[in-house]
Design a protein around this ligand. Sequence first.
Ligand SMILES: [Zn+2]
Length: 383
Amino acid sequence: MQIIAQVKLLMTPEQTQALKQTLEMANAACNHISEQAWEARTFRRYDLHRLVYHEVRQAFPLSAQMVVRQIAKVADAYKADRETKRMFREQGSIAYDGRILSWRTQEEQTVSIWTTGGRLRIPFACGAEQLERLAQRCGQADLVYRDGSFYLHQVCEVEEAAQYEAQGWIGVDLGITQLATTSDGESFSGREVEEHRKWYAHRRGILQSVGTRSAKRRLRQMAGRLARFQRDVNHRISKRLVGTAKCTSRGIGLEDLTGIRERTRVSRGQRARHSNWAFYQLRSFVIYKARLLGVPVQLIDPAYTSQTCPLCGYCHRSNRRCRDWFACAVCGFAVPADHAAAMNIAARAAVNPPMVSTEMSKGVSANCDIARGQGQAPPLAAG
Ligand SMILES: [Zn+2]
């Protein structure tokens, strides 16, 4: 599986200046190339190369390989759509391949990187895990300038562990107030993220009314920071979930979301979740980290997981008299609602080896009052 390792470059002010100049020069070249491509209606990389290469080499102080990369960048940008002329941000990211960037990850952590002022050797900061990944790097890296610092995003090939056979399952309920709750009862609050988001929404209101160019730039920076904060939180949660599963030799049960948009019975809570990109991000992080560590993942039909009692199986809306708590009307079992949902997901994963979904939903509906559209006489639990 390919994943991206991100490292921060630790630079002197002079190095920063040189790299910034390089970035700006490369993007200026992209705009120039885009202009030519647009004029000549020539968009394929090979044709574009023939059209502009020599001229760009004359006009810009860029190395041969740098020019090749910028031509590729422009050609890529026109791949999706040839009807809009492409412009490139002054400090947008640019790609480096092995000819203009080399890594030292063993005795010292440095990169040697081509700039308009010659090659620079720059130390970088990264954790042990990232370093291990970098040993398996492949393909190119993107040079990204953000909030005054430079980063390299390097594509790495990571080997997936062989999947083990699950000795039990952890059900995971993903949400917004609680970002994740497990059937073990562990939960990860979304409060911190929510506070950041509120603060951002407030600032956005102010900055939008200002409307100047610098206000817009500030806005973009803030949005980026918010997204990165959320991403970081999602990384931590997913790492913890998958780690717990691995340590206890269990698999992970997650809601199956296929066809969720078409489903007629979608609660307001679900609708809020499904318009939230962070929810999908956390889910995808759990799935890919599980793949890396060989943790089995099972997708479970989520129908009625929030209304069914995980102890006695009684399923009715009245089990949810209040929004955040589950309290069984029959056996009295009470836990936070997300915890009950996660327990149901775990239970369904346990009785439901690999083949999922359709069979399951039939089974659930048959036991469920709501599915039959009436609400009397709950079946009593045995035992
Ligand atoms: Zn019950």
